[in-house]
Design a protein around this ligand. Structure first.
Ligand SMILES: O=C(CO)[C@@H](O)[C@H](O)COP(=O)(O)O
Ligand SMILES: [Fe+2]
Length: 217
């Protein structure tokens, strides 16, 4: 089963509660929350207080994508606020193994994200400890960017590695996903698709989600 995770980054920030409700009733599987600090990425979004406020109004799985320096400092706060999965960028933490253990010790799922230019081999000694790999298909920081096609080969290579090791690990793709690019990444082995502008950019959220689902059915 392929999961659709609308990214809140492209929602109307003046009415986040209604925006989350709109994608929940439209058939979204997860809610993707982009946390940006203005250091690791040029943009600044929101923090745990916003997660906490939205969690009260949603039953969606809170998929929390940390694009922040020194993620260990904030993991506990995001878990207390309602994160169900915490994904950190390998580029932000010198002690990736420790960061993963930190996330797991708090009872939530752990993911590792890689920028488009970061090779898969940074995962070599942690791949058996995580629940999800997030491959960025744009350079992180903004919604609405163009899909970087070289990620398709990267997905194929990661899928091969996962199958060889017989691991139960999700492959999430984030950036430029729409009804044209979704089939490419699903075919390569992705099973969680993040989509911001392709869903929140449309009035009819159900049609937007259904169009993506139909594109690879
Ligand atoms: O993490 C990020 C961007 O850094 C994403 O989650 C974006 O929010 C995806 O937006 P679209 O490319 O789907 O518009
Ligand atoms: Fe994201």
């Amino acid at each position: 089963m392929i999961k659709i995770a609308p990214s809140l980054l492209s929602a109307d920030f003046s009415c986040l509660k209604e925006e989350v409700e709109s994608i929940e009733t439209a058939g979204a599987d997860w809610l993707h929350l982009d946390i940006m600090d203005g250091h690791f990425v040029p943009n600044i979004t929101f923090g745990p207080l916003v997660l906490k406020a939205l969690k009260k109004h949603s039953n969606l799985f809170f998929d929390t994508h940390l694009m922040i320096e020194n993620p260990d400092k904030y993991i506990q706060e995001f878990v207390s606020a309602g994160a169900d999965l915490i994904t950190v960028h390998a580029e932000t933490t010198p002690h990736l193994h420790r960061t993963i253990q930190n996330i797991k010790s708090l009872g939530v799922k752990a993911g590792v994200s890689l920028n488009p230019s970061t090779p898969l081999n940074v995962l070599e000694y942690v791949i058996e400890d995580i629940d999800l790999v997030l491959l960025m298909s744009v350079n992180p920081g903004f919604g609405g960017q163009k899909f970087i096609r070289s990620v398709v080969c990267k997905i194929n290579a990661l899928k091969k590695l996962i199958d060889e090791k017989n691991l139960n690990l999700s492959i999430q793709i984030d950036g430029g996903i729409n009804k044209e690019t979704a089939p490419l990444v699903v075919e390569a082995g992705a099973d969680v698709l993040v989509a911001g502008s392709a869903i929140f950019g449309h009035e009819n959220r159900k049609k937007a989600i259904d169009d993506i689902k139909k594109s690879y059915a």
